[in-house]
Design a binder for this molecule. Sequence first.
Ligand code: BGC
Length: 409
Amino acid sequence: MPLMYSQRLKNGSPLLFCAIATVLLANAAQAQSNSETDAGSGADSNIQTSVFGHLPDGRQVDVYQFTNANGIELRVTNYGGIILSLKTPDMDGKFDDIALGFDSLEAYLSDEYRQANPYFGAIIGRYGNRIAGGQFSLDGESYSLATNDGSNHLHGGEQGFDKVLWQAEPFESEAGTGLVLRYTSEDGEEGYPGKLETEVTYTLTDNDELMVEYRAVTDKATPVNLTQHSYFNLKGEGSDTILDHQLMINAPEFTPVNDTLIPTGEIRSVDGTPFDFTQATPIGERIEQDNEQLSFGGGYDHNFVLARDDAASDELVVAAKVWESQSGRMVEITTTEPAIQFYSGNFLNGDLTGKQGQAYGHRSGFALETQHYPDSPNQEAFPSTTLEPGDTYLSRTIYRFSAQESFDE
Ligand code: BGC
C-alpha cells in the first residue's frame, strides 16, 4: 500500500511528518525482514514471542516481549494492542511492573471485564473519549454510533480498536525493538464512515523510551482520534492509590464538561482551580475539593489543552510528568497531540483483580491519554478530528521512564 506522507492533516508540520515517515518506513521494512526470522521463533534475545491464547472464534492471540539495553521489559499483545506489562527500575535498580492489567487473555475477554470496561493498556479507536449522544454529522450526512457510556459513545463503541485482533510484526531497528500493529476498520464499522487503514508502532528504545506512533488513511471523511490507554502506578501495579504521585501537566487550560462528561465547549483557564497542574502537585491534594467539575468526573477525568506557542503546531511538546517518591520513578510524556486526558482511575472500585492477585482499588492507577479534544465532531471551535481521503493521520507520543530522588532532579 503506498504511503501518502506528502499529503497531511491541515495542521501538520511537513518536517515532523517526514521524520515520522522515515521511521515508520524503516520500521515497516525491518518488520518485513524480521518477521521471517524472529516472529514465532523467539530466537532474538531482545524480542520473544509466545501464544497468549485463542479468541472464541479460534484465532490465535500472541504476546511480544521486548527488553532494552537497561533491562526495561515491555509485553504487548496483538489483541487490542494491549500493553500487558512494563517493568522499569526504581532508584535502587529494583524492577517492578508499573502497568495495570491481567495475566491471561481470558481475563481481558471476560464479561466482568467488559462490563467494567477500564480499557487497561489498550489502543483506543476509532475515536478516543466521548461523542455526545453517539451522533455527529459530516458532509451533510448524519451518523449514529453505539451509546456504550450512558447516552454517549465512548472509545470507539461496543467493539473498538481495543477489542480487535491486530496484525503484528515485531522489528529491530536503530531506534530499538518494537511492534508494528495494523488493523483495517471497515466502512460502517461501529457506525463510522470510511474504510480506515490503521497502523500503530510501539518502539522500546535504549534511551528508556516507549514511542507510540499512529498512522491512518481513509477512503471517506471520518473522525479519527487514536490514543493509548495504559494505567500506571509508579510504585508497581497492585499497589495502593496514586494520590501521592506528583503530577505536572503542561496545560494552562482545560475543557470543562457537563455531568455526562461531554465538553461544554468552553476552554477554561486552570488558574486558581484544582486543575492547575502547571507546577508539580500530588494528585490527591485537591481531588476531594468541593468543585463541580471534580464532582462530574468523580475526581479528575478531564481534557487538558497543552501549552503551545502556536496552537496549530504539532511539534513534540512535554505534555506531563509524573513522579513517585518511594520508588523515585518518573514518567515524562511528550506528544504531537494538542491535548491530554487525565483520568485518575475514579471508576476502579476493587472489583477487578490484577496480575499480582491484588484488587485494583479506587484510584490505584492513572491514565494520561494524548489526544484531540472529546466530542470534537460536534464542536466546531475545537481542532478538527476529521481525516479526509488522501490525507494521512499521524500522531506520536513518547513516554520516557527514569528514577530520581526528586521531581526536579
Ligand atoms: C475516560 C473515563 C473512562 C475511562 C475508562 C477514560 O479515558 O475519560 O471517563 O471511565 O477512560 O473507560
